[in-house]
Design a protein around this ligand. Structure first.
Ligand SMILES: [Mn+2]
Length: 363
C-alpha cells in the first residue's frame, strides 16, 4: 500500500514473543514467507534478526523456519549455517535428505520436518526425478524424503509452504505455478503427520482436517482482508492428536473499507487505520484523497461506487450505430453532471477536437 509497516510489524513481533513466554512454547514455527520479496529492505532484515535474537535469549522455544515462494531460498538457507542444531531448523533450499529436528516431551519424541518451498524445475534436479511437474509432485517428493527420516514411534510435525486444496485464497497471494496449471496440493499428501503447519495463504484456516492448518499472515495485506482477524496458532501436541487454539494479534492499525458520501466520511471519527474509501457521491470531487487524509492520515485507496450509475453507463454504449465525438462528450457530461452540455462546453470541445485533428494532419 506504499506505506511503511515496520511499526505495525514490530508490535506483532512483540506479541509473538509475549505468547511464546506466556505459553512456555517449546517451538516457534515460521512456515514462510519470511519476507514479502527476495531482496527485502535492510531495515526489515535487521528487524527480523532482532526478533530471532530475542526468541533465542528471552524464550525457551526452538525455531523451525522455511522459505516461501516470495523468499530467496538462498537468503533463508544462509541463516541456517551457524545455527545451534539442537534448537534450530532453518531451511531455504529443498534437499533429498530431509533431516528432522528432534524434540522430546512427556509423551516421547517429536520429529519436525521443515520442507522449504521449491519450484518444480529445482525439485527435479534435487530429487533426480524428471516426472516432477506440479507443486503436488514437489511436496510428495519432499514428504517421502522426510518420512524416511522419522524415527519409529515418534510423532511427526510437517512444516510446508503450499496451496492446499480447499483453502480460501485472498487477492495478494502470488500464484505458486509460473505458467498457470494446477497449483493445489491435496491434503492427503500429509497422511501420517500429527500436525501440518502451513504457510502461504493469508487467512488463518484449517484445510481438509483440523490438524492441517494455515496460521495466516501476521497483518492484513490487502483490502480484501479488511476486518479479518489475524492470529497465531497455539498447538498442544498430545500423546495422540493435538489441541489447537488461536491467539489473536492486536494490530496498531487496522485495514478498513469505508463506503458512503464524501461529506459523511469526512465527518467520521478520525483514525490512523489504513482506509479504503468507496464514495457514493454522484459527482467527482476535487482532490478527495488530500481532503480525506485530514481525517484519515493513512487513507491509501479511493474509488467511486459506480453501481448507482449502471443504467446511465449503458446508455453511453447502447444501440447507436455511429456517434460523433461531440455527442460522446455530451453523453459523458450528462452522466457526470446529470444535464445537457451547455454552449461554452460544446465550444471548448469543438475547439479541442479541431486542434487535435489539425495536429494529426501536421504529424
Ligand atoms: Mn507464499
Amino acid at each position: 500500500m506504499g506505506l511503511s509497516l515496520e511499526e505495525d510489524h514490530e508490535v506483532i513481533l512483540d506479541q509473538i514473543l509475549e505468547t511464546l513466554v506466556v505459553e512456555s512454547a517449546d517451538v516457534l514455527v515460521i512456515a514462510g514467507d519470511v519476507f514479502d520479496r527476495s531482496s527485502p529492505p535492510n531495515s526489515s532484515i535487521r528487524q527480523f534478526n532482532r526478533f530471532l535474537k530475542r526468541v533465542a535469549e528471552e524464550t525457551e522455544a526452538a525455531v523451525v523456519m522455511i522459505s516461501g515462494n516470495h523468499d530467496s531460498g538462498d537468503r533463508i538457507e544462509a541463516m541456517s549455517v551457524f545455527s545451534t542444531a539442537s534448537r534450530v531448523l532453518v531451511r531455504g533450499i529443498a534437499d533429498a535428505v530431509e533431516t528432522p529436528l528432534m524434540l522430546r516431551d512427556e509423551h516421547g519424541e517429536i520429529a519436525f520436518s521443515a520442507l522449504p518451498f521449491s519450484y518444480e524445475y529445482a525439485a527435479r534436479e534435487v530429487f533426480g526425478d524428471e516426472g516432477i511437474s506440479t507443486p503436488a509432485d514437489v511436496i510428495a517428493a519432499q514428504i517421502s524424503a522426510a518420512r524416511d527420516q522419522v524415527p519409529e514411534g515418534a510423532r511427526w510435525v510437517v512444516v510446508a509452504h503450499a496451496f492446499v486444496a480447499g483453502g480460501a485464497v485472498g487477492e495478494t497471494e502470488r500464484a505458486l505455478t509460473r505458467v498457470g496449471g494446477i497449483e493445489t496440493v491435496p491434503s492427503d499428501v500429509f497422511d501420517g503427520a500429527d500436525y501440518v503447519a502451513l504457510g502461504h495463504l493469508h487467512k488463518p484456516q484449517e484445510v481438509g482436517a483440523s490438524h492441517i492448518r494455515y496460521s495466516g499472515a501476521p497483518l492484513a495485506f490487502g483490502f480484501d482482508e479488511a476486518g479479518s482477524e489475524k492470529s497465531m496458532t497455539v498447538v498442544d501436541l498430545k500423546a495422540e492428536g493435538a489441541a489447537i487454539r488461536t491467539v489473536a494479534f492486536r494490530p496498531i492499525r487496522q485495514v478498513r473499507s469505508l463506503t458512503g458520501a464524501f461529506s459523511d466520511l469526512l465527518a467520521g471519527t478520525p483514525s490512523e487505520d489504513f482506509i479504503q474509501a468507496i464514495l457514493t457521491d454522484e459527482n467527482p470531487l476535487v482532490d478527495p484523497m488530500k481532503r480525506l487524509r485530514a481525517t484519515y492520515p493513512n487513507a491509501c485507496h479511493l474509488a467511486y461506487d459506480r453501481q448507482g450509475r449502471a443504467p446511465e453507463t449503458k446508455m453511453l454504449s447502447g444501440g447507436r450505430a455511429a456517434v460523433t465525438p461531440i455527442d460522446m462528450v455530451g453523453d459523458f457530461i450528462k452522466v457526470v453532471h446529470g444535464r445537457e452540455p451547455n454552449a461554452s462546453e460544446v465550444a471548448i470541445v469543438a475547439d479541442k477536437l479541431h486542434a487535435a485533428a489539425s495536429g494529426e494532419e501536421q504529424a
